[in-house]
Ligand binder design. Structure first.
Ligand SMILES: [Zn+2]
Length: 840
């Protein structure tokens, strides 16, 4: 019997808690750094550690990626803290004023450090470092880390972007030989398109924290807002010739960042430096990586009270698993892992040493946020329109844990975002108000400020993102809090008509993503849909240009199920529709008129591959696949030929460099296809390439030489300023007002203007004949953000949105990207106009 028990116990060691937790080497069978670990091995290692350390590690899966890989968080702390984890979390939320109860939080802590790895999939050392870090936190022989964990909870996300990581790792493992080749020009250093940096849809997840357009971010931020760590590190890699970068960050810092957040960054940086100096490793601080754009893994946590930081190892995909750098040294994967491991542990150490202060400062950050919010406005009122734009904004506010309410009927005086005037206005049904006396007032200030104060214009990213312009919703800034508010949504103002068999048509407004989803779903089901070129009134209701019309007559094949089909589609797309008794309208053109055009379900081809911007292409792919739910063909740019074009109605050329345009025969094939009725939608640099290749559109140029001549002293530049010399010609991303000809289908659903995110200096000459200047920049059209002094001169009186007629076909020019990072909500309808309405 004894023997039997012994045997059983030996077979089930985990069950009896006798098994030893394994180091990464013991578990994986190779030393960290000897090869890349695919994501499932990282997951299995974390599971093994958690299963064998239930008292000090808790592992949870918080979601899955597009390709079905698990997203994990490991909580590591003392046994006392782990057994009390839920109370620690709740207490932390109380300190932030974000708990559902109003009990005051205890400042005893512990402090919470959140370490995020591998947001960029091909910056691959960091998930390996995550395993090493987890191991040394639980390793029974490491007594130091056990001391730290007494007053610190460490949360480890081993891989924010598993799909990207595996895209890189699987590729690399398939091309590396028995030993890694350190020659920078060898194959294993040149990752094929699109690379593993981005997620499944080629989105950069380190630009998505605030907007949360991607499933990885959406699932992670739910947990992030439930925890609100005091310290957050986002691990990255940069070019392999660079030494290591850690905090403190570079200017510009956003003005809401507190002195404590600056100070503790410096303390963390100094602690890292202590170890780097000891080992003789090079590093730099206070350069390049700024704290401004709100959607990064360092800024977003910073605007939520954390010390948010980016740590950058020299490396990423160009460095393979070993690379000879410009100093002639060989940088190995082991080096890269060690460096990230060292800064991670050092950050936990210094936080633990200052845990009391860290927690206290966290609480006072939020106290201050609620009592004395930053910025000139105490409240914002966002005006509702009939579209779903405000619903989408409300969703974004909810995702960021920003509180809002509905207004009640009243009059106020406030600053009008769109005309920059302080004026009186009345609230209307559905308007919302955001009072700033709440915990997230800093984030509100950053997201809603019309102009961000920039202390240094050499920033890493766009400089303008003010929500009213992003969503195309007018807003007012008010000097006082609004106390008269309600949680109740207003009822519908237009009663839906009772349906009778006498219905001859159905109409739906064309004004937002809901309309576009509605149209896409109907076309997919084979319903014939028309659009009104002119406004009309029917049954006493006014309808705008672009209104969708579904007549019984053209849809007889649906018989009695037409109404049911429309109802179903309307519900799933959140679109309202109006049953109409007659095709005879009171004002405007009757439904039989040729001013009511039929929309043919387009066969769409999207170009992908070498030369095409993977980000730009991915945004369009994600738009059709994950948002609109409309099928497209994705075709390698090198496979574009007559056969593909024969099956194409709309050819989409994302931002990119298209070599075939300078090849005469291919260019001719494309022109013939357009002339016989095809439609090209060209975006950003695809437009400038068409301009260079004589497609009838011309880039506007300024004569730089002439300007220089005016003042020869301009040539006298100081050597030490050389890194800033580009600034006068620099546009990192700023908002411009575009005047629209909204009688053209490309601008249906919009007022006479549109706010565009301009990220380059390309404007085009007005189209003189055979086309339409639908969106133009006139004088002084810049609204928000930084633009270099020389570009300010250039960026006026030019075309941004245009349609060129060519035979029976069309070329649509979108000089700026209307789907940028999928967060530029107001551009989505514009893109749908180009796809579905233009040329019909
Ligand atoms: Zn990175």
């Amino acid at each position: 019997m004894m023997k039997m028990l012994f045997l059983l116990a030996g077979m089930l060691p985990g069950l009896y808690g006798w098994a030893q937790v394994k180091s990464p080497e013991q578990f994986l069978g190779y030393k960290l750094g000897e090869r890349y670990s695919p994501h499932y091995k990282v997951v299995n290692y974390f599971r093994q550690v958690a299963e064998n350390n239930t008292t000090i590690v808790k592992l949870e899966q918080y979601g899955s990626t597009n390709e079905g890989r698990p997203l994990l968080l490991a909580f590591v702390s003392s046994a006392d803290n782990i057994s009390n984890l839920e109370n620690i979390r709740k207490n932390n939320l109380r300190l932030a004023g974000m708990a559902s109860d109003k009990t005051p939080g205890s400042e005893k802590g512990p402090a919470i450090v959140w370490l995020s790895y591998n947001v960029h999939g091909n910056e691959t050392s960091s998930s390996e470092a995550a395993m090493m870090t987890l191991w040394e936190l639980v390793n029974p022989d490491n007594t130091k880390s056990k001391e730290w964990l007494k007053n610190t909870v460490v949360i480890i996300d081993p891989c924010i972007n598993p799909d990207g990581r595996d895209r890189y790792v699987n590729w690399f493992n398939s091309v590396v030989g028995k030993t890694a080749n350190p020659q920078p020009f060898s194959r294993e250093h040149a990752e094929p398109w699109p690379g593993g940096r981005s997620n499944h849809y080629y989105f950069d997840l380190n630009r998505d924290w605030a907007w949360q357009t991607q499933v990885e971010t959406q699932q992670r931020i739910i947990r992030y807002n439930e925890w609100l760590p005091q310290v957050h590190v986002d691990f990255h890699e940069q070019g392999y010739n660079e030494p290591y970068y850690f905090a403190p960050a570079a200017e510009p810092y956003h003005e809401v960042i507190t002195p404590w957040q600056r100070d503790f960054q410096t303390m963390i940086g100094k602690n890292n430096a202590k170890y780097f100096d000891e080992y003789g490793w090079l590093y730099f601080t206070k350069e390049r990586f700024d704290l401004f754009y709100p959607s990064y893994g360092d800024t977003y946590p910073t605007y939520k009270a954390a010390i948010g930081m980016t740590f950058e190892q020299g490396g990423h995909s160009r460095s393979g698993a070993a690379v000879i750098n410009e100093d002639g040294d060989t940088l190995t994967l082991s080096d890269r892992i060690n460096h990230h491991f060292t800064t991670g542990m050092s950050t936990v150490e210094i936080t633990s040493m200052n845990a009391g202060r860290v927690v206290k400062e966290f609480k006072s950050y939020y106290d201050k946020a609620r009592t004395t919010p930053p910025g000139e406005y105490k409240a914002y009122i966002i005006k509702a329109d009939e579209s779903d734009r405000l619903d989408r904004l409300k969703k974004l506010l909810d995702r960021n844990a920003i509180e809002w309410n509905y207004t009640v009927p009243a009059s106020y005086s406030g600053f009008n975002y769109f005309n920059s005037k302080t004026e009186n206005f009345k609230t209307a049904d559905g308007d919302i108000v955001i009072n700033t006396n709440q915990s997230n007032s800093n984030l509100i200030k950053v997201l809603f400020e019309r102009n961000s104060k920039i202390s240094d214009s050499a920033t890493y990213d766009i400089t303008a993102w003010s929500m009213p312009f992003v969503f195309g919703l007018n807003a007012y800034g008010l000097p006082a809090y609004i106390t008269a508010v309600t949680k109740t949504a207003p009822g519908l103002t237009v009663a839906v008509q009772p349906v009778s068999s006498a219905i001859s048509a159905f109409a739906a407004r064309w004004n937002g993503m809901g309309s576009a989803k509605f149209l896409a779903a109907l076309l997919k089901k084979g319903v014939k849909v028309r659009y009104a070129e002119q406004p009309f009134s029917a049954q006493g209701i006014n309808f705008e240009k672009g209104t969708l019309i579904i007549t019984r007559t053209s849809n007889t094949s649906f018989g009695n199920t037409l109404e049911e089909t429309i109802k179903e589609v309307a519900q799933s797309s959140g679109q309202r529709y109006f049953p109409l008794q007659s095709g005879f309208v009171e004002k405007g053109f009757d439904f039989g008129s040729d001013r009511v055009r039929i929309i043919h379900a387009p066969k769409i081809t999207l170009l992908a591959g070498e030369g095409v911007s993977s980000l730009g292409m991915g945004e369009i792919w994600h738009f059709f696949d994950a948002q609109l739910n409309y099928p497209i063909n994705i075709v390698w740019v090198n496979d574009l030929n007559k056969n593909v074009l024969k099956e194409t109605d709309v050819l989409i050329m994302p931002d990119g460099n298209y070599r075939f345009l300078s090849d005469k025969p291919t260019s001719e094939i494309l022109k013939d296809w357009v002339s016989s009725g095809g439609k090209i939608i060209a975006i950003e640099n695809a437009v400038s390439q068409l301009a260079r290749n004589d497609w009838g559109i011309k880039l506007k140029t300024t004569d730089d030489k002439k300007e220089e001549k005016k003042d020869d002293y301009n040539l006298l530049r100081r050597y030490e300023d050389r890194e800033r010399d580009f600034l006068p010609n620099y546009n990192p991303g700023s908002i411009y007002k575009i005047e629209l000809d909204n009688s053209h289908p490309l601008a249906f659903g919009y007022p006479g203007y549109y706010y565009t995110l301009k990220q380059d200096d390309n404007v085009y000459e007005f189209i003189k004949e055979g086309g339409w200047n639908v969106g133009v920049i006139k004088k002084d059209a810049q609204v928000s953000g930084f633009v270099g002094s020389k570009l300010k001169e250039k960026l006026k009186d030019g075309l941004i949105l245009g349609v060129q007629n060519m035979g029976r076909g069309h070329v649509v020019y979108l000089a700026d990207n209307p789907l940028f990072r999928s967060f530029w909500e107001n551009g989505k309808l514009l893109f749908c106009n180009a796809v579905f309405l233009v040329g019909e």
